[in-house]
Design a protein around this ligand. Structure first.
Ligand code: ZN
Length: 545
């Protein structure tokens, strides 16, 4: 057992933190996860009864471990949202020389509108295949070059040309850039003035199977009231299956595989498919308030400087259209992260002394709907971002038992890595980079909102090098879980199957990394050339050193 947190390289004062480490227990985790993931909490969807139960429970646990409410005496930060619910079924048809084809919602496509409007109805919008739908001056790549897409429907591939070709000189090679992310693709289509944007799903390129798309993009869609997409020209945003895309290309007289291959190489020219899209559905718009939960532990000597721990509390709610189990309990995703947040707060409070910097424990809403709560936080921070040292995010902890390794998604992006390595090494463990950077994990949880705002953030997650079964089986076991249970009603708490030993070990690492950050006067920084560095440099400019 490691008793001293020895991080001399980062000037951390050595103190006895064993009481903090010892306080992190499987029993606490079991208790909190069993409540948060219970059917009673109805899948923790923002703006529902399930939210009320969830945020009250988290606030009560924060109070119990001795945190202070972080928002002027309140545990809650209100997050204004809009809920956009398309009426089902959405009518989506494509007309070409060979006639008209109706697409089947759920099986062939899913769609919605970002607009705060009651009805979507357009006919015969020209369909253009725009490759990856990317406009990236720094990579000298523009799929919209010379094209006016106003009024048109753009069809595009998910991920980016670097992924498709494996060419390390294209984008970031196999690792997905933000240009590969669906959020970017809709944003860019809106900036270009398109009427509709359709992304072709492909399991490998998206990082998840069709079922995940279907579950996530149907039913009520939430957004921040402030989102610019809701004031754009984009009336319809959709995903279609690969099978449906093949049919579409066939109707256009195009070879799907060839056209897609050409799209991943320089010199691709957008393809007018000579097809027309028609879309019709009614839509209801409601405004609602959701909440981030925030508790703080003031620091002793540098209380105006903050380390933030984040873990989203929300999940996918209930889908009554599903036969059988319709509750998305989100036990792993992310009752585990919230339970870890509570355990880490308790660990800090268990220390026989007070840490030097303040720690903010932030459980955010709307992550599953597009990182909404964390995006709202960085645009309305409770404490200044230039006094925010770092964000440490926890999303879906390990349930398979202890591993020798842990993963940093976005390894090498910032000097925060230097705080993780010695902690892991102290346990005889090691750090690995994201084994699947093509899945774009870096853009898929709340640390990304902080990164986009310039704040160094850490997405540290579980490993695969299982002490019991080794690397290969360790990875298989975890991949299998993702395929079978990720974003499905079967992500349930199962005390008989779950192994809490690995989770406890990983939480100790999260705690110690944050602890070390709280005991130094250093501000970790992005490495040179990182896209998030200029923003950070700017906000830190006028701060006294
Ligand atoms: Zn999650």
């Amino acid at each position: 057992m490691l008793i001293l947190s020895a991080l001399t390289a980062c000037n951390v004062k050595e103190k006895d933190i064993s009481a903090g480490l010892k306080s992190i227990s499987a029993d606490d985790l079991k208790q909190n996860i069993s409540v948060l993931a219970s059917d009673d909490f109805k899948g923790r969807f923002p703006g529902t009864d399930g939210e009320k139960k969830t945020i009250d429970y988290i606030a009560a646990q924060f109070a119990k471990v001795g945190l202070k409410p972080a928002n002027n005496g309140s545990w809650f930060q209100e997050v204004p949202l809009v809920r956009i619910t398309p009426s089902s079924p959405i009518k989506f048809s494509v007309t070409g020389a060979k006639g008209r084809a109706e697409l089947k919602e759920y099986d062939d496509f899913v769609g919605s509108t970002p607009l705060l409007t009651g009805k979507i109805n357009f006919d015969n919008s020209d369909i253009v295949f725009v490759g990856y739908g990317i406009n990236a001056p720094e990579y000298r790549w523009n799929d919209y070059s010379g094209l006016d897409v106003r009024g048109k429907t753009v069809v595009m591939l998910v991920n980016d040309p670097g992924y498709a070709t494996g060419d390390t000189t294209l984008f970031n090679g196999k690792a997905m850039t933000y240009y590969g992310r669906w959020t970017y693709k809709y944003e860019e289509a809106a900036r270009q003035g398109a009427r509709a944007a359709v992304i072709i799903h492909e399991t490998g390129a998206a990082g998840y199977p069709w079922e995940v798309v279907r579950n996530s993009f149907t039913g009520p869609q939430l957004d921040l009231e402030q989102n610019e997409l809701s004031n754009s020209s984009l009336e319809f945003k959709a995903w279609i299956t690969t099978d449906e895309a093949r049919k579409l290309f066939e109707a256009a007289g195009l070879n799907y595989d060839n056209t897609v291959r050409i799209a991943s190489h320089r010199g691709f020219i957008p393809v007018d498919m000579h097809l027309k899209a028609s879309v019709e559905f009614s839509n209801s718009v409601a405004r609602l308030t959701s909440n981030n939960v925030a508790g703080v532990l003031p620091g002793k000597t540098r209380p105006d400087e903050y380390i933030i721990y984040t873990a989203h509390w929300d999940h996918l709610g209930v889908n009554d259209a599903l036969k059988g189990d319709s509750i998305f309990n989100g036990a792993v995703d992310n009752a585990t992260g919230v339970a870890a947040l509570i355990s880490i707060a308790k660990a800090f409070k268990s220390l026989p002394f007070t840490q030097e910097r303040s720690i903010l424990f932030l459980s955010v809403t709307g992550e599953e709907q597009g990182l909404l709560g964390s995006e709202y936080y960085v645009s309305h921070p409770l404490y200044p971002l230039n006094k925010t040292v770092a964000d440490i995010n926890m999303d879906a902890l390990d349930i398979f038992g202890p591993t020798r390794d842990m993963t940093i998604i976005g390894y090498g992006y910032s000097s925060l890595d230097n705080f993780v390595v010695p902690v892991l090494n102290g346990y005889g463990r090691y750090l690995i980079p994201d084994p699947e950077p093509e899945k774009g994990g870096y853009f898929r949880s709340d640390h990304f909102s902080f990164a986009k705002a310039g704040v160094p953030s850490l997405d540290l997650s579980g490993g695969i090098d299982d002490y019991e079964v080794g690397k290969e089986l360790g990875r298989q076991e975890r991949d299998q879980w993702t395929m079978q249970h990720y974003h499905k009603p079967s992500d349930e708490y199962d005390p008989a199957k779950w192994d809490f030993e690995g989770m406890v070990s990983d939480i100790k690492v999260y705690f110690q990394v944050g602890y070390d950050l709280s005991m130094t006067d250093q501000f970790p920084d992005w490495v040179d050339g990182n896209p998030y560095k200029p923003l950070r440099d700017k906000m830190m400019e006028n701060l006294p050193k």
